[in-house]
Write a protein that binds this ligand. Structure first.
Ligand SMILES: [Fe+2]
Length: 390
């Protein structure tokens, strides 16, 4: 049966080295007073902030800076930013940074036009109000190549009061403009480059194998997988290689489009509780889980895994479909190892007695999209393998 698909994307995507120079004109088109949302200082120290504010001033735009967004933005981070935006009468938000900064900017742009606290809109069982009004315009400028937040309709917010990390989600949250300038990623350290790439690859493979797959994301995912296979290791080892940085920035953007429209799978489902309880960086847990999740899914998505092996540059002409699928798993382990990502999560002190609780907390949206039905026992088995305790 031919399925009906729906595909959302940012209103405009500006992509390419040096594209930051266009920010002034883009911003002028959308507002006249900007809230600039930033992380903990690297944009300021590197001089990129000066470049951004110069471009805004050149176009007669006023701005207010809201910085020090933590790596896990909280309800308080968003509510404070919303109050500031209203007080300063900003009518446009520009967020520049990693996924958390973009998520914060996105959430603030929504809360300016919607009542109450962002906590009221989080996807918490039995709660979670729907947004009633469109956000004020929001421009996303990623400075890492990983989360894909620059293209997604959700924003992950930590609710410290309830001890939960939950999304707000609505097509209105998709950035009006996404500006991806790979030059902004040139100074990313190797380890961050590697784990962001691990996240991006997982965000291409899980939607590609998942139940909500559709033709558009199919094409995007395979192309992004090819780019990551070609360029992740180079971007890690030669940080100044603009071609490799360009490939990774494009792959991350495409991964955002894929996950936002076709969902994720078991690797992301387990990554979330691992992040909450053990503070494992998201990309690292995704990378560690991905090969085992692919192996687990192999019996139901053999053909697709064989295509992934091909996209990663493997010659599968003499292999059976199952062998080719297995090759995809091996190739990904090889890429991650060359990128310096540890094979498993053994050093994070994950306790066997927590497995059952972690598995319970993994249930929900991402897990429902996994191509193979996944029981609690299956999730526990995946945790044994990923933690090296087996
Ligand atoms: Fe992710």
């Amino acid at each position: 049966m031919i399925k009906v698909g729906e595909f959302y994307a940012p209103g405009k995507i500006i992509f390419g080295p040096g594209s930051l120079n266009q920010i002034g004109l883009e911003a002028k088109r959308l507002g006249n007073k900007v809230l600039v949302v930033l992380g903990k200082g690297s944009i300021r120290k590197s001089g990129i902030l000066d470049r951004l504010t110069h471009l805004l001033k050149e176009n007669e735009l006023e701005y207010t800076i809201y910085e020090n967004i933590p790596s896990d933005p909280t309800v308080e981070t968003i509510d404070k930013g919303t109050i500031l935006t209203k007080k300063e009468k900003c009518n446009l938000v520009i967020a520049m940074g990693g996924g958390s900064v973009l998520d914060a900017g996105k959430a603030i742009s929504a809360m300016v036009t919607n009542e109450g606290s962002v906590a009221d809109y989080q996807e918490i069982e039995g709660k979670g109000k729907k947004f009633q009004h469109k956000t004020i315009p929001f421009i996303a400028i990623p400075t890492t190549s990983g989360t894909g937040s620059e293209a997604t309709k959700n924003s992950v917010i930590t609710n410290t009061e309830l001890g939960l990390k939950k999304s707000i989600r609505d097509p209105w949250l998709i950035p009006e403009v996404t500006l991806v300038d790979p030059e902004l990623t040139l100074s990313l350290p190797p380890h961050i480059t590697a784990i962001c790439g691990g996240d991006a690859l997982t965000q291409c493979i899980e939607p590609y194998l998942g139940k909500k797959i559709q033709e558009i994301t199919d094409v995007l995912a395979l192309h992004a997988i090819e780019l990551i296979g070609k360029s992740l290791v180079r971007a890690v080892k030669e940080g100044n290689n603009l071609e490799a940085r360009k490939d990774m920035a494009m792959a991350a953007l495409l991964s955002g489009l894929c996950l936002s429209n076709s969902g994720l799978g078991a690797a992301h489902a387990l990554s979330h509780p691992l992040g909450v309880h053990y503070k494992i960086p998201h990309g690292l847990s995704c990378a560690a889980l991905l090969p085992y999740v692919m192996e687990f899914n192999l019996p139901v998505v053999t053909k697709k895994l064989a295509k992934i092996a091909q996209a990663l540059g493997e010659d599968i002409s003499l292999l059976s479909e199952t062998e080719a699928a297995q090759r995809a798993v091996e190739k990904i382990k090889e890429i991650f190892s060359q990128a310096g990502i540890k094979e498993n999560l053994s050093e994070w002190g994950i306790k066997e007695e927590d497995f059952s609780q972690l598995a319970k907390e993994a249930k929900g949206g991402s897990l429902n999209n996994n191509p193979r039905e996944t029981s609690e026992a299956d999730l526990i088995e995946l945790l044994y393998k990923t933690t090296g305790l087996h």
